[in-house]
Write a protein of this length. Structure first.
Length: 296
């Protein structure tokens, strides 16, 4: 009965969104995107699209999303939004991070990306424009992928913090106590494989078109670069996502090493009480701010 109720609720929500979508004006970018997509299908093989397309989407998205946080360090006005203001970025750390990233991207992730075509063939995942899901279905699928990845990340990340294995794998990622956006994928190769597995589980569950692979890549990068940015910028649209953890939540993990293990949402840390030190820290900050205001 509960399952039927859930299905009915989801169907009703889908119909409601579909109804609202019918009143929205046509997207002016849809036709150019359709033309570009069909041009890609006509001029490249599925293997080329799956492999090199996925690599390009990942590399371009990653470094473009890193640009705002990188630029912030040169803008004095933005320093008031930096979470750990006593630990500025250094060129030495950023260069070291960049070199490790290139190694991970091309020697760890690229071999995995080379399997994308075979993955889409095995699961009969279509490439055609006519099979592409509507935008709201894609958004729902990306959210579902995020929920699954977040659960995987919480438990495996927490395991990587176990005292017997921490120094062998996860310690690499914690070299930077004050994180910056580019550091999001700075990790031991084994960690890249272990935590990265969570990314693919949602794809296996939801993927009904190759576009989801790329949409989910962009969503996941947007989230992980944001929480590693080191800046808590107001009017961040990601804060509209329910239960979104955000930069302050994950920044505390790097500063404190214990707690706040989830990647995207706050519920697993709340359920298991691993956000207790973060809550106490926030309360202490509030008290200090009140004392400062009274003195002023």
């Amino acid at each position: 009965v509960a399952m039927n109720d859930s299905v009915n609720i989801l169907n009703s929500a889908y119909l409601a969104v579909e109804y609202i979508d019918s009143f929205l004006p046509d997207n002016p970018l849809q036709q150019p995107f359709k033309n570009a997509w069909n041009y890609m299908l006509d001029n490249y093989t599925k293997f080329q699209i799956a492999t090199w397309g996925s690599l390009i989407v990942h590399e371009v998205s990653y470094f473009l999303l890193c640009v705002p946080g990188f630029v912030f360090q040169f803008i004095p006005y933005m320093q008031k939004y930096k979470i750990q203001q006593d630990k500025p970025e250094t060129w030495e750390k950023q260069w070291k991070c960049f070199k490790t990233l290139l190694f991970n991207h091309f020697f760890i992730q690229l071999p995995l990306i080379c399997g994308t075509y075979y993955f889409t063939e095995f699961f009969n995942i279509p490439y055609e424009w006519e099979e592409m899901p509507r935008w709201y279905v894609l958004v729902a699928q990306c959210f579902g992928c995020a929920v699954i990845e977040d659960a995987w990340h919480y438990f495996l990340h927490r395991l990587l913090h176990h005292k017997r294995i921490y120094k062998y794998i996860h310690k690499v990622h914690h070299e930077f106590v004050s994180p910056f956006g580019m550091q999001a994928e700075y990790a031991h190769p084994l960690e890249t494989l272990i935590l990265g597995t969570g990314f693919f589980i949602g794809i296996i569950v939801f993927c009904n078109h190759v576009i989801l692979l790329w949409a989910w890549v962009i969503c996941r990068l947007m989230e992980t670069i944001d929480v590693h940015s080191g800046y808590d910028v107001p009017l961040n649209p990601l804060h509209l996502v329910p239960f979104y953890a955000g930069a302050r939540f994950h920044d505390f993990h790097h500063m404190n090493f214990i707690g706040n293990y989830a990647s995207t949402f706050t519920w697993w840390d709340r359920i298991f009480g691993t956000d207790s030190q973060f809550i106490a820290y926030k309360e202490k900050e509030k008290q200090q701010q009140l004392i400062t205001k009274k003195k002023a």
